[in-house]
Design a protein around this ligand. Sequence first.
Ligand code: APR
Ligand code: PHB
Length: 390
Amino acid sequence: MRTQVGIIGGGPAGLLLSQLLHLAGVSTVVLERRSRDHVLGRIRAGVLEQGFQNLMRRAEVAGRMERDGQVHSGVNIAYQEDRLRIDLEGLTGGKTVMVYGQTEVTRDLYAARDALDGMVIDEAADVTPHDLESDSPYLTFEKDGAAERLDCDFVIGCDGSHGISRTAIPADRLQTFERVYPFGWLGVLSATPPVNDELIYARHDLGFALCSLRGPGLSRYYVQCRADENPQHWSDERFWTRLKTQLPAEVAARLVTGASIEKSVAPLRSFVAEPLRWGRLFLAGDAAHIVPPTGAKGLNLAASDIHYLSGALVDWYRQGDSAGLDSYSQRALARVWKAERFSWWMTALLHRFPENEGFGDRIQRAEFDYLMSSKAAQTALAENYVGLPY
Ligand code: APR
Ligand code: PHB
């Protein structure tokens, strides 16, 4: 097989890139390790920045998002019993976010790739890149037990945090930066009406909690837990009790509980690999960087990478111009690090850190009090939450 751009990983990053390149006349093949059912069954975050929304429109996959997504003009922060609404729209000159699940984004992207006869090979095993330093790299993989080879001009690693593309870069050419947080999030999806029409991020002495939503009858809630927590040890009742305890009383009183549809634990981690290019290999999305979910930046960062990278590849194919490819790593990383900073800051503000007893707790409280009293601080939060410019 031959294509122009070989993409490893059929998550949102890989599919979005494939779709944008297709519309610009560049051929792609996506190699995805898992089955489509598996990919579409993953529940992840669901807050889309305006830049992401625009990219979905450019990729001609925004129809369902425009119809079913909810525009949010504010977000709430609670600290024990105190609540602060951040007026995203008012503080950013009219910017908002869209609440629309990543699972739905992925579904829309698959539908669009299918409609255009896009080549997405599911259950591709042992995907291995070769000759990445040459002008003619290729990928080998196994499909249904048969060995396959895909020749291409470029290989794009969109294979998430556990992918193989990053490991193809020699260790002495790659620098990595990491912070592992001493806790995780226990998430529950339930077919219950959301407790609030906007998100509430809550800091409580027992730990962080988040009230999010997917639609009028579908809620997504999280509580801070141990990083190695087993979700099976959490009955629905235990989860609801904990969540109620960690929310302001007035919010807890309104919470409607019900059977969970999904329950999972995610560890919290910050990670960045540099640079994002090695020869003809380019990294994008979770393959290159991870943020803790506080602030919902993971998916949005994947989108900004794809924005830079798709433009750079199109310039290369249309005009033979390599400037965009040459500056991709630097441009993408500049934005990545700002989102890393914001996600780290929100995580630090809202979680209970075991080592924080005393001084650290007072600093967190002071940070929140400052946020309550300062329009400048609220503006900084709002500007980052709606997404920094591309
Ligand atoms: N070969 C082929 N595919 C692979 C391999 C491999 N060796 N390893 C992983 N993959 C696939 C995974 O199965 C997954 O479908 O790559 C895909 C990566 O998708 P995501 O993990 O969703 O990553 P990405 O597309 O970068 O999306 C951005 O932002 O909100 C966060 O983590 C969240 O998924 C989200 C991410
Ligand atoms: C979610 O809805 O799953 C969600 C929302 C906001 C976050 C993280 C997750 O910061």
